[in-house]
Design a protein around this ligand. Structure first.
Ligand code: MG
Length: 265
């Protein structure tokens, strides 16, 4: 014998089950609320931390003196922190500055660095000549690979991603904050080195923030790979590496540097 269950009976059964479920749930909730303790009232000190205590340093004066925890890469006397491609750095030191000795090649720091804050000042000579890229061209290579362009960009048009303050052929500066020849330009750089996976591929690319004469020109820009004059950049894994200054070889008068210091991060 077959039993026929009507649709209305099924509806009544579902409704009853729903009501029972709700009752059970609300009872369970009531029980849970009873067992969970009320969180303590937040007080101001609950979001303070005191350890580690922050190291005290003496800041520099913004121009001639460096912060007390900086590595002085050039303090005005000699190029003891620098090397040339075949040994000694041959650029010319005089009057607290040093000048590119054209044809002697790039110079690099003897030390190798990863992440850092860098301060470096540079000057285009008053009697500079030439135009576009052939006018006071030099450069500061982060980890000997990634160029922050140095160029006379005071009334000297060139391609935008090749002017002073650019990450050469990658990122133009946000503005042209160049001082005139004879005046000292200042770069303050915050550089984060790239990270690589075990297989050599990029985990995180390098990043760079640059202030040119106190004005933001690179805002946490992502570096796409080593600087290339021709072609597109492509990362190759590397570890810590020196800072390199470029002997560009353009025929214009050589430029000078002074007050170079770095804080490792
Ligand atoms: Mg250059």
């Amino acid at each position: 014998m077959h039993t026929t269950i009507s649709t209305s009976f099924l509806k009544k059964l579902s409704a009853a089950a729903l009501v029972t479920g709700l009752v059970l749930c609300s009872e369970a909730n009531a029980q849970t609320q009873e067992t969970v303790p009320t969180p303590p009232k937040m007080r101001p000190e609950m979001t303070e931390f005191w350890e580690p205590e922050i190291k005290v340093i003496t800041p520099g004066n913004g121009t001639t003196t460096a912060p007390s925890d900086a590595i002085i890469l050039f303090g005005g006397k000699d190029l003891a922190e620098w090397k040339g491609k075949d040994g000694e750095a041959k650029w010319k030191v005089q009057n607290g500055t040093f000048t590119v000795a054209k044809g002697t090649g790039d110079i690099s720091t003897k030390r190798e660095f990863g992440d850092y804050q860098l301060h470096i000042e540079w000057q285009i000579p008053t009697d500079i000549q030439g135009k576009s890229q052939a006018r006071g061209n030099s450069g500061i290579f982060m980890q000997s690979r990634y160029e922050l362009q140095v160029l006379d960009s005071y009334n000297n048009r060139t391609y935008s991603n090749g002017q002073a303050g650019s990450i050469y052929k990658q990122h133009p500066p946000l503005v042209n904050a160049m001082r005139k020849p004879g005046d000292w330009n200042v770069y303050d750089v915050i550089y984060t080195a790239p990270r690589f996976k075990e297989d050599g591929s990029v985990f995180t690319p390098a990043r760079i923030t640059v202030l040119h004469n106190g004005v933001l020109v690179q805002n946490n820009s992502e570096i796409k790979g080593p600087t290339e004059y021709i072609g597109l950049p492509s990362y190759k894994a590397h570890s810590k590496a020196p800072i390199t200054l470029q002997d560009h070889g353009d025929p214009s008068k050589p430029i000078s540097y002074r007050n170079i210091w770095l804080r490792e991060l």
